[in-house]
Design a protein around this ligand. Sequence first.
Ligand code: ATP
Ligand code: MG
Length: 394
Amino acid sequence: MVKYDTVLIRYGELSTKGKNRKDFIRRLDRNIRYMLRDFKDLQYKRTYDRIYIKLQDEDPEEIAERLKKVFGISSFSFTERVDSDIDAITARCLEIAKETDKKTFKMLTKRHDKTFPMVSDAVNRHIAGVILDNTDLQVDVHNPQLLIRVEIHENDTYITSDKIPGAGGYPAGINGKVLLLLSGGIDSPVAAYELMKRGIEVEAVHFASPPYTSQAARDKVAELARLVSIYQGRMKIHYLNFTDIQLAIYKAAGDPYAVTLMRRMMFRLAEMVAKQNNCLALGTGESVGQVASQTLSSMAVINDVIRIPVLRPLVCFDKVEIIDLARRIGTYETSILPYEDCCTIFDPKNPVTNPTIHKSEYYESKFDWQTMLEKCVAAEETVTVRPETKDDFL
Ligand code: ATP
Ligand code: MG
């Protein structure tokens, strides 16, 4: 039996150079170790373009499931390490060929160590010859059913016949921090995932309106944050109590402008929290045209109150695509739990789809919102969630 004893990890986005590249690799290495932290016996080795993990008796399936969730990995393979010696290499390749039920194969050798006495092509031909002589396999160079890869380094050679696609993107955390407005809905957790994929560390802010919104609704947000935190390690949530502001908005503006004003206040609050926590941008799960507050003119009026950039990774996604992604990343089932959100609680009957800055400012001039915002931020509660249990990874 071929015993895979090493995982070979390839990096994505290789255009990153110099110091960035170093940071990329260091962060990726850290994130991988964190993801596999409960496997205590793994041994790691980092080189210029690969990370190797030496396995003991761990379940490869379980390791694979976790590695698939680490951003920055372009692909990985389970390999067997042998000494860099042509006979040892050939013997192992032959074993793989004998064990397979495939009909065609191809050898693919990469000679990283240029002092190895045979060039790659000679290695390919030598091993292929032995396999042809000792099995029924045929060579197919264009579309082989079995591709045996051999990577020759100075002392170690890695042999593999699989290549598992990784999650791609950048290692979570190398591209700065964003404060994501996290609701209990379907979209914002997916936005968190997309931001993390670009290497951004995501911190969350949630607006709750107790007693109109319940503890269960708040718990649901924490659970969503925990589910996506798998992709970056942990996540901080800032809970803001939005009740007084929301009541004041309804009193000052009435129904049609309530949503516009609410969202302007949310953005102002989020900008304040972002500044206090070194977040360089806000993030939302908005998608153009989805609801009244997400028409382009609404977005313009809402965005007008802040200077900090707003990243909207789902801006051009269809709802169907978003739901699909939510299912894939594992947040959908939690997102559709029927808890009230502060935006829906007063349920405006006919929100404006074409609000103006002028009118928004007029309604806002009717109450002292600045003081309310300061009070709200001063009273924030912060919670950090982590993916804890083993099942979370699967
Ligand atoms: P989602 O599914 O993310 O809730 P949605 O389609 O329901 O989005 P809205 O309710 O208009 O759309 O919210 C748009 C965005 O505003 C959300 O994606 C989220 O980023 C932010 N948001 C909405 N409600 C809240 C809240 N209570 N706390 C924090 N952010 C919120
Ligand atoms: Mg919502």
